[in-house]
Design a protein around this ligand. Sequence first.
Ligand SMILES: *Cc1c(COP(=O)(O)O)cnc(C)c1O
Length: 451
Amino acid sequence: MKLPYEKPAIHKLQSGLMNKFGRSPAYARRVREHIEDVPIEDLVGEFGSPLYVYSEREIRRKHREMYSAFSTRYPNVVFGWSYKTNYLQAICGIMHQEGSIAEVVSQMEYEKARAFGIPGDQIIFNGPHKSLEILEKAVTEGATINIDHMDEVYDLEQIADKLGQTIRIGIRLNLDAGIYPQWSRFGFNLESGQAYDAVKRISNGGKLELNGVHCHIGTFVTEPQGYAIQVRKMVAFGYEMEDTFGFSMEYIDIGGGFPSWNRLKSSYLASDIAVPPIDEFAEEATRALTKSLRPGDFPKLILESGRALVDDAGYLVSTLVASKRLPDGTRAYVLDAGVNLLHTANWYKFNIEVDRVVSGINENSVIYGPLCMNIDVLDEGVYLPPLSRGTRLTFSPVGAYNNTQWMQFIEYRPNCVLIGPEGQVDVIREAEDLSDIHRRERLPERLALGQ
Ligand SMILES: *Cc1c(COP(=O)(O)O)cnc(C)c1O
């Protein structure tokens, strides 16, 4: 085969990466021909490219590992699966089979959990926007509602009047747990006294009854001590509410935020160095809990982990459709998948694996997708050997927040498949076609062609 002529490019010699910890084996570029023993070529042959692939075994393994880390250290633990992290029904189904109840943050998610068959009393309802309509439904169905702001208190008091009953609620706190930037937009601030004032107002109203405290300190938190600080502050606040207003703290919901094996772009450390094991988080949180609780008091400890349970179980397989050279000499590769499918590429540097052994000099490369937009970059400044058209590139871990935040912009969303424990492969979301794009559109007759 005659190779096309390409003008030579001159590059500074790179003698090594600027990483004093050396290259981590977990993030060395590898060849990946299989996902869970299923050949990638078979997957793409049957289901197309790009393709989302999930490992059921990995999700169950993560769930069991994390549940046992907490439940062996504290007697009363409940997991609420964070729907917004990944609400494909098959994924929720695995989490529910493993024993998680549902944690939702919007009307759509609430309805999704109910449609799946989850009873209201096994739904935790968080989030800053709960319409009056869905709040009333959640109240009558017995959901655990964590209030986010005062306007919600007024709405709930109105519902309490209408239904002629008192309503039990939890309060979402935001607080300084030493994790920055501090998440302060959700719930009531602890240190400023805002949360205290809210509970005082709730108590004076006489229509709502506080029975739990909630707090979610952030996402991809890599400092286990943050959870110890959080728990101590939450328990102290809960007891203050018990002693001052006569409420009882039946649950302490510490949210999610636990990290996966992903790597933040801002981190110079590989994930196996930067990410502590889940046992350390469990140890910090439960030790702080048992130390701060009064003797004989074992309120429910609720966790709403999202990312840590599903991220590592998700892969995106894509295909190299073109290679070119940019004016500055950078090698550029075009893939059939971009930030339309990997929204989280804005913050995370994924592990990228190729489907074959490639020889040749590693070159500074940029990898981008099909979106015709400058922002559509999956990775840049990445050193890759010369890749040829048709090479499959597998991105991981991508199981968290991509299947919920993906967008349809100029492309169809692809198939999502689940590899079961026996190696069976099931489609869990079908690829879209033009009918999906047109289904909700209405064309005024005068604008139809031929009118
Ligand atoms: C998003 C969210 C979670 C899950 O967060 P992760 O970082 O994915 O674990 C849990 N609780 C609340 C209230 C959330 O908004």
